[in-house]
Design a protein around this ligand. Structure first.
Ligand code: SF4
Ligand code: SF4
Ligand code: SF4
Ligand code: FES
Length: 881
C-alpha cells in the first residue's frame, strides 16, 4: 500500500493508509492530549480533547478517530485548537466536583493534568451540579460517578479486553452513566470479577481503588511480577514509607497489558497482612520460642548433619511450594544434592504439573506450554478440558473470550461445565466421568477417518501407524456407548476442526489430577499433532496449572528426576558435568517425589524434612495420613511467611520473606522469564528462602551463595539471554524451528480404552476447585484482608434439582462422604451447576478437602488424583432440636 504524505506542525511526513492523525503525531513525538482514547482500546471519539485543525478545510478534527488523507495540513497547537480544548475541559470541570485534594487519583488524574497544561486555574463557567451516590460496598473498587466524564474507557475495557459485560451505558444525555444491569452497585452484578481493569483505564477519580492506605503519590514504584498464578502478570508495586500502598498493572512488554485480575490487583495486601512470622522459632515442649538466627541455624545444621551421618542423605527430603524464585530453586536443589546428598527434592505442584511436564517432554521435547498466551486468541478452535481459566488463570480466560468474541474462534468445552466460559462456547461436552480418554481418541479417529488431519505435518511425527491402530475400534457408536456423547455431537465437534485451522488446547487440573493423567495429556498432545497445531502461530498446547513459578521449579531441576535445564539425572555424562561445575558428587539414586516423601516419612525411611513455604497439611490429599507422617519425623524444619498447621508440627520455624521483599526471577506459564524486585523490607528478622538456604549451608560447613542469573544462564543454556531481558526461553513459539529430538512422537497408551465402573453407593461427583479470590488452596490469598472479605466460611455447592430431591435448602448442613473420609459443610444452591455434580472450594475452612481423598500415587507421574471424587451426602440433623 502506498504511503500517504501529510504535513503536521509544518513537517512533512508519510504514514501507512489507515493511520490516524494521533498515531502519526505520536510517532513524530508530538503530544496531543487525549481522554477517551486508550492505546489498547478501539478509538471512540467521545471527548474531543484531541482536536486538531486541518488548514485546508479550516475544520477541527478529532485526531484519534480521523485517518490521514493525502495533502492534509494539520496544526496540533494552533490558537483555535487550544481555545477549543480549553472550552471542552471547562465544560467538563463545570459539572465536576471540586474534590481534587481528597481524590485518590491524585496527580494521575488526566483531566487535572490537561487542565493544568492548558492553563485553566479558576473556572469562569457556572457550575452544574452532577451528584451521584458513592458506591463502595465491595472491598476493592469505589465508584464516584460524579467525577465521570463519560469517556467510555471503562465500558470498552470491560467489553473488549476482559470481555465480561458487567457494565454498559445507561440513561441519556447529561444523566448517561457507565452502569451495571438495572443500575445496581458493582457488587450486585454477577458478571463483575473486580479485575480492576476499568479502574486502571479510568482517566479521572470516577473509579478508584478502595482501602488505600494513603492518598499521597507513592514515593517509588518497583517493577515486579504477580506471585499468585503463573500467568506472569507484570506489576508496579507503588511504595511509600516502607509499605506497598498500591499495585497497578505494568503495561510495557508484558503479557498482561492493563488486564490483571482481582488477586494481583487487590490481593497483594497479604504482604502486610497480620500475623507474619518475624523471628526464627525453636520447639520447646509444646511451645515454639523465639531465638536468634545463629541459634536456629546452628540447631538445624547439627540436626540435618546427624541424620545424614547416621542414615545417609536419602533420609532427608526437601519440599517447596511453586512460589520460590528461579535463583532459590537452583540454589536449594544444588544444596540438597551436594551438601545433604539427597535427590529427594520436589515441589507441591508435582500433584498437578508432573503429568503435563512428563507427557509434553516425552512427546515433544520440553515440559512446557508450546505457545504464548497472546497467540491463543488467533486459534481457529479453542478446546478447554478439565479447567476453568476464568478462575485459575484469568489472563488465559481473557484471551479465550477475546478469541471467540473478536476473532471468530470456536470454543469447545469438555468437562468444564461450571465455568463462566460456557456462555462463550459453541459446544459443551460432558462425557461420563473417567471416559475422557475414550472421547479424545474417538475424536482423533474421526479426524483421521474424515481426512481432517494435517498430513504433511504428521509425516514429521513418529508412530502415526500406532495411533491409527489404537483408535481403529472407536466408531462413533462405540464412543457413545462408553462416554455417553452422541454421534451427532461428536460430528459437530469434528466439523469445527477445519484442516488449516490451528487448535489451541487448554487443559487444567481436571486432566492432570484425574486417573491416568499422563495418558490424558498425551492424548491432547496427539490431537494437537494430528491437527498440525504445534510450532505454528495460533494454536498449541496450553497447560494451565500450578503456582507462580512452577515452570521455573522444573526448569531449575527442583524435581528428583531432572537436573537444571530439563536434563535427565540418570544420564551419567550430564550428571558428571554438573559435578565438575559444582565441585561435589551428586547422589545417583532416584529421589522421592513430594508424595513419595510423605509415604517414606510414614514408613520411617525419611527422618528429616526441610519445607520451604508450603503447608502439606492443607495442600495435599490424605490429610490425616500426611499429618501422621510429618509427626513421625525426627526433625522437621519449615520456612514460611505465616504460622500454618505444618509449622505447628515443626521443630524449627524460619520466618520467610515474601516476593515483594526479595530479588530474583519467575518463569511464567508461557516460559517468560521476568525479574521480581524488592520493594520493601521483610518484617522483623524474616529472610528470603535463598538466603536461608545459603546461611544454613554455611552453618553446615559448606558455604554456598545464592545463584546469580549469570550462573543460571551458564548451566541452563535455555535461559541464556532471557534472564535479564524478560524473554521467552525457547522463543515465543517453542517448536517454530522444529523439535529438539528432530522428531516428535505420538504416545500410545499401554492400556485398553474401557469405561471404568463407578460405585453406585456414591451418587454425586464432587469437584474440588479454586475460587477466583483464592489462588489454589489459598496459602497467600487467605491472608489478604481484602480478598478474605469475599471468602467466608466453607460450603458445598449443589444443583437446585438435586437439592430439592434431597429436601435441602441454602444453609442446611450436610456430611460429604467419600470412600476415604468425610467432611461437614453448609449447602449453597447454584443454578448453573450440572445435576449430579457438587463443587467444594479448596481454600476455605482450613481447606479440609484433603480428608476426602486417599493417597493414590500414580505410577508414572507420582501425582495423586485429587480434583474430584464420588461422594454421598447426608443431611446433618440438629440433635439438640
Ligand atoms: S472490575 Fe473488571 S469485570 Fe468489573 S466492571 Fe471493571 S472491567 Fe468489568
Ligand atoms: S467511569 Fe471513568 S472510565 Fe468510565 S466513563 Fe466515567 S470517566 Fe470514563
Ligand atoms: S493471579 Fe494470575 S491473572 Fe491474576 S494478576 Fe496474578 S498472574 Fe495475573
Ligand atoms: S481522545 Fe480523541 S475524542 Fe477523546
Amino acid at each position: 500500500l502506498k504511503a500517504i504524505t501529510v504535513t503536521i506542525d509544518d513537517r512533512e511526513v508519510s504514514g501507512r493508509p489507515g493511520t490516524t492523525i494521533l498515531e502519526l503525531a505520536q510517532e513524530m513525538g508530538i503530544k496531543i492530549p487525549t481522554l477517551c482514547h486508550h492505546p489498547q482500546l478501539t478509538p471512540f471519539g467521545a471527548c474531543r480533547i484531541c482536536l486538531v485543525e486541518e488548514e485546508n478545510r479550516g475544520a477541527l478534527l478529532a485526531s484519534c478517530v480521523t485517518v490521514i488523507a493525502p495533502g492534509m495540513v494539520i496544526n496540533t497547537y494552533s490558537p483555535k485548537v487550544l481555545e477549543a480544548r480549553r472550552v471542552i475541559i471547562k465544560l467538563m470541570l463545570a459539572s465536576h466536583p471540586e474534590s481534587c485534594l481528597v481524590c485518590e487519583k491524585g496527580n494521575r488524574c488526566q483531566l487535572r493534568q490537561i487542565a493544568a497544561d492548558l492553563g485553566i486555574g479558576v473556572l469562569d463557567y457556572y457550575k452544574i451540579p452532577h451528584y451521584w451516590d458513592i458506591e463502595e460496598v465491595n472491598p476493592f473498587i469505589v465508584r464516584d460517578l460524579s467525577k465521570c466524564i463519560l469517556c467510555g474507557r471503562c465500558i470498552r475495557a470491560d467489553h473488549e479486553l476482559v470481555v465480561q459485560g458487567a457494565i454498559d451505558y445507561q440513561g441519556r444525555g447529561f444523566n448517561s452513566l457507565p452502569a451495571t444491569l438495572f443500575d445496581g452497585p458493582l457488587e450486585s452484578s454477577t458478571e463483575c470479577t473486580f479485575c480492576g481493569t476499568c479502574v486502571t483505564v479510568c482517566p479521572t477519580g470516577a473509579l478508584q481503588e478502595k482501602g488505600r492506605r494513603t492518598l499521597t503519590t507513592p514515593k517509588r514504584r518497583v517493577a515486579t511480577v504477580c506471585p499468585y498464578c503463573p500467568d506472569g502478570c507484570a506489576l508496579w508495586l507503588e511504595v511509600s514509607d516502607g509499605e506497598v500502598v498500591r499495585v497497578n498493572p505494568r503495561v510495557e512488554g508484558s503479557a498482561s497489558g492493563v488486564t490483571i485480575c482481582v488477586r494481583g490487583h487487590y490481593g497483594l495486601d497479604f504482604i502486610q497482612g497480620r500475623g507474619r512470622l518475624t523471628h526464627p522459632l525453636i520447639r520447646d515442649g509444646e511451645e515454639l520460642r523465639e531465638v536468634s538466627w545463629e541459634e536456629a541455624l546452628g540447631y538445624v545444621a547439627q540436626s540435618l548433619l546427624k541424620i545424614k551421618g547416621d542414615q545417609g542423605g536419602e533420609a532427608i527430603g526437601v519440599l517447596a511450594s511453586g512460589g520460590l524464585t528461579n535463583e532459590e530453586y537452583y540454589t536449594i536443589q544444588r544444596w540438597a544434592r551436594t551438601v545433604l546428598k539427597t535427590n529427594n527434592i520436589d515441589t507441591s505442584t508435582r500433584l498437578s504439573t508432573a503429568p503435563s511436564q512428563m507427557a509434553l517432554r516425552d512427546a515433544l521435547g520440553y515440559g512446557a506450554m508450546t505457545s504464548p498466551i497472546r497467540d491463543l486468541e488467533e486459534s481457529g478452535v479453542m478446546m478447554v478440558i478439565g479447567a476453568d481459566p476464568t478462575i485459575s488463570h484469568p489472563l488465559i480466560g481473557y484471551a479465550i473470550k477475546r478469541g471467540v468474541t473478536h476473532k471468530g474462534g470456536k470454543l469447545i468445552m469438555i468437562d468444564s461445565l461450571d465455568s463462566d466460559l460456557k456462555r462463550f462456547s459453541h459446544l459443551l461436552l460432558s462425557p461420563r466421568k473417567g471416559t475422557e480418554l475414550i472421547l479424545l481418541y474417538g475424536m482423533i479417529h474421526q479426524l483421521i477417518e474424515q481426512g481432517r488431519w494435517d498430513q504433511r505435518f504428521v509425516k514429521k511425527i513418529e508412530d502415526f501407524e500406532g495411533l491409527c491402530t489404537y483408535v481403529q475400534e472407536l466408531s462413533p457408536d462405540k464412543v457413545e456407548e462408553l462416554t455417553g456423547i452422541s454421534p451427532d455431537l461428536l460430528m459437530d465437534v469434528i466439523s469445527l476442526f477445519d484442516p488449516g485451522k490451528r487448535v489451541g488446547i487448554i487443559f487444567g487440573k481436571g486432566v492432570t489430577q484425574a486417573k491416568n493423567p499422563y495418558y490424558l495429556v498425551a492424548a491432547l498432545v496427539n490431537l494437537a499433532l494430528v491437527t498440525g497445531s504445534i510450532g505454528r502461530e495460533g494454536g498449541g498446547i496450553y497447560p494451565i496449572l500450578g503456582e507462580a513459578n512452577f515452570q521455573g521449579a522444573w526448569d531449575m531441576g527442583f524435581v528428583p528426576e531432572l537436573l537444571p535445564g530439563h536434563l535427565d539425572i540418570d544420564d551419567a555424562p550430564v550428571r558428571e558435568e554438573f559435578e565438575r561445575n559444582w565441585g561435589e558428587a551428586i547422589p545417583i539414586e532416584r529421589g522421592h517425589t513430594a508424595l513419595e516423601m510423605i509415604e517414606a516419612a510414614k514408613e520411617k525411611r525419611i527422618r528429616g524434612m526441610v519445607i520451604f513455604e508450603e503447608d502439606p497439611l492443607t495442600a495435599f490429599p490424605a490429610q490425616e495420613m500426611v499429618e501422621k507422617a510429618l509427626r513421625t519425623l525426627d526433625f522437621l524444619v519449615v520456612s514460611d511467611l505465616w504460622p500454618s498447621p505444618t509449622t505447628k508440627l515443626a521443630h524449627v520455624v524460619f520466618p520467610a520473606a515474601s516476593f515483594a521483599e526479595k530479588e530474583g526471577s519467575f518463569t511464567s506459564v508461557e516460559r517468560r522469564v521476568q525479574r521480581i524486585q524488592r520493594g520493601i523490607n521483610p518484617p522483623g528478622k524474616a529472610l528470603p528462602a535463598g538466603a536461608i538456604c545459603s546461611r544454613l549451608s554455611e552453618a553446615m560447613g559448606f558455604p554456598l551463595s545464592l545463584a546469580t542469573p549469570e550462573e543460571i544462564a551458564q548451566s541452563v543454556p535455555l535461559y541464556r539471554g532471557v534472564v535479564e531481558g524478560g524473554g521467552f526461553w525457547g522463543g515465543r513459539n517453542l517448536y517454530a524451528s522444529g523439535f529438539p529430538k528432530k522428531k516428535a512422537r505420538f504416545i500410545i497408551p499401554d492400556m485398553p480404552l474401557i469405561r471404568e465402573g463407578r460405585e453406585d453407593e456414591y451418587p454425586f461427583y464432587l469437584n474440588v476447585g479454586a475460587l477466583l479470590v483464592h489462588q489454589g488452596c489459598g496459602r497467600d490469598s487467605i491472608h489478604s484482608p481484602r480478598l478474605a472479605q469475599m471468602g467466608g466460611e466453607g460450603y458445598v455447592e449443589m444443583n437446585l434439582h438435586d437439592a430439592e430431591t434431597m429436601d435441602l435448602c441454602n444453609g442446611d448442613e450436610v456430611f460429604i462422604r467419600s470412600s476415604h473420609g468425610e467432611l461437614r459443610r453448609e449447602v449453597r444452591i447454584r443454578a448453573d451447576l450440572p445435576a449430579g455434580e457438587l463443587f467444594l472450594p479448596w481454600a476455605l475452612n482450613e481447606r479440609g478437602w484433603g480428608r476426602l481423598f486417599p493417597l493414590a500415587i500414580d505410577p508414572i507421574t507420582k501425582a495423586s488424583p485429587s480434583k474430584g471424587c464420588w461422594v454421598k451426602l447426608e443431611e446433618v440433623k440438629d440433635v439438640a432440636g
